[in-house]
Design a binder for this molecule. Structure first.
Ligand code: HEC
Length: 174
């Protein structure tokens, strides 16, 4: 009797485990639904600088790209693909002329980060985000609100073009 109870407990434990590790249900066509980063990773403002980028046109932004320790180490060691645990943050601001600096220079030449527009993240988890190249994409407006699904679905198809650098565009600025 004791043995059969023990056996039953073992069976239930195994069934539980299998349920835990079973993949999340996907779409009927067998494709897993894309998952996005829905919470702002902690402490990103203290991460180290990878590079900066200015986008003109409609974006008119000044961006700074920061990485957590895993990201920085991978960049410095030239490790590709980026290991799980990598997080890259892109902080975007309005590209704004600085009247204050221009006065000092005596001509219009200075641009600085103006109002923040959004923060974007790429979080590497090769299992959780397998459907999007192992990267979870996150976008948060200046109000902290995440981007809607239609907008979030645009991230990966474009980042997929960064072939040869694991879907990441930004190079490490030495
Ligand atoms: C039309 C193409 C395109 C789309 C769509 C796009 N990105 Fe990017 N992204 C880029 C390019 C090019 C860069 C590098 C230049 C820059 O930082 O402005 C970049 C940079 C980044 C970076 C810094 C790491 C890197 O790859 O260089 C993050 C993080 C990022 N994007 C997140 C996102 C998120 C989140 C979305 C969706 C909401 C998104 N991107 C949509 C093209 C795109």
């Amino acid at each position: 009797m004791r043995r059969s109870i023990f056996f039953l407990v073992a069976v239930f434990a195994m069934v539980g485990l299998v349920t835990l590790v079973a993949p999340a249900p996907g779409h009927a066509d067998g494709q897993a639904a894309a998952l996005f980063v829905t919470e702002i990773p902690q402490g990103y403002r203290d991460w180290r600088w990878i590079s900066s980028a200015h986008e003109a046109g409609n974006l008119n932004s000044l961006g700074v790209v920061l990485g957590n320790d895993v990201a920085i180490n991978a960049y410095r060691e030239g490790k590709l693909p980026f290991p799980d645990g990598t997080i890259i943050a892109a902080l975007h601001y309005r590209y704004t002329p600085s009247e204050e600096n221009n006065k000092v220079f005596g001509q219009a030449q200075s641009f600085v980060p103006g109002a923040p527009t959004n923060i974007q993240f790429m979080v590497k988890d090769s299992i959780k985000y397998a459907a999007t190249g192992g990267w979870g994409f996150g976008h948060f407006g200046a109000d902290g609100k995440p981007g809607d699904a239609a907008f979030m679905n645009t991230c990966f198809p474009c980042h997929e073009k960064a072939q040869g650098s694991d879907h990441v565009f930004t190079r490490y600025a030495h």
